[in-house]
Write a protein that binds this ligand. Structure first.
Ligand SMILES: [Zn+2]
Length: 75
């Protein structure tokens, strides 16, 4: 079951949140969690989602709930 969260005022599924972070559709995404940090841009809550942009890659992405800030654990 997808656990939806509100991001920038909109309800998003884990796959939708991952797509916002990635800038493209992803194959699969894990449930959304709260990241252990605040947004460096606006200080709001940051969400975290693990996702697979392709079969060979797993990325952990973070996205602010209130502004456009996002980041991934990619090198
Ligand atoms: Zn922010």
């Amino acid at each position: 079951m997808a656990e939806n969260r509100v991001v920038e005022g909109r309800m998003v599924t884990p796959k939708r949140l991952a797509a916002i972070i990635e800038g493209d559709d992803v194959m699969d995404a894990e449930p959304i969690a709260d990241a252990d940090r605040d947004c460096p841009e606006c200080g709001s809550n940051v969400l975290e989602v693990g996702y697979m942009p392709s079969v060979a890659e797993f990325v952990t992405g973070q996205k602010c709930q209130e502004c456009e800030w996002h980041d991934t654990d990619r090198e």
